[in-house]
Ligand binder design. Structure first.
Ligand code: ZN
Length: 233
């Protein structure tokens, strides 16, 4: 099964559209989304509709929870809080209901999905230490778990010394961010995974950053949210 993984779209319609075009060119059997469809950007409604239409499995992110459930809104950075309130006002009750109904984690087609971590996903933990990362492997059954949340792509194997993604080992894979990359590469992230061969590839997709940034500015959202798109941090 050929799977495309996206995460952390953050209401960036230009980035999401560009990524979906690459996915369609390659052709996949399923698209998984690791949450944070909304927050930060200006196009919440269109992004919710597109993810809902195109993705076969979607989990809830902390910004989705802040926007739709008012959960942990005060734990977001100040600009993120402003964007969450803006996004909430933009969404219909039906779109908010969709976000409210998203699961915290899933296991589908031999893959585990969570926004931040498979263990206690509702705590929105950032995996900055090896101890935190290695603990996660006890909390999913599948050979592969896809996550997002930090907006920094990366692959960690359960066993030390396993340097490529291949069958017979287990992996925790952060697929990066579609709409707000933070690894100093402003291009959007999309990951491709073959659940039979375990071939894994992270692709970076250029998109119209100027237009996404201009929409953030004209929506009256903090300028910092537009600027960071240009530098990818
Ligand atoms: Zn995010």
């Amino acid at each position: 099964m050929r799977i495309a993984c996206i995460s952390d779209t953050h209401s960036n319609l230009e980035a999401l559209t560009a990524v979906l075009k690459v996915i369609d060119e390659r052709g996949v059997d399923a698209i998984f989304c690791m949450g944070d469809i909304v927050g930060y950007g200006a196009d919440a409604a269109a992004c919710v509709d597109l993810v809902r239409e195109r993705c076969t499995a979607v989990v809830m992110g902390n910004h989705d929870a802040a926007v739709a459930l008012d959960r942990d809104l005060n734990k977001l950075p100040r600009d993120g809080q402003e964007a969450a309130l803006h996004n909430r006002a933009q969404l219909s009750d039906e779109q908010l209901d969709y976000l409210r109904g998203l699961p915290m984690r899933l296991e589908v087609d031999g893959c585990a999905l969570a926004h931040a971590t498979p263990h206690r996903p509702e705590a929105w933990i950032r995996m900055h230490s090896y101890a935190t990362v290695s603990e996660q492997f006890k909390h999913f059954q599948a050979p592969v778990c896809f996550v997002g949340h930090t907006h920094v792509p990366g692959v960690v194997a359960e066993k030390i010394g396993v340097l490529s993604v291949r069958p017979g080992n287990r992996y925790l894979i952060n697929v990066g961010s579609v709409g707000q990359p933070r690894d100093k590469n402003p291009r959007a992230c999309v990951a491709f995974f073959d659940s039979v061969t375990f071939q894994y590839e992270l692709v970076r997709v250029p998109y119209d950053i100027g237009s996404a940034a201009a929409k953030i500015r004209s929506a009256g959202l903090p300028v910092s949210l537009a600027k960071r798109l240009e530098v990818g941090e």
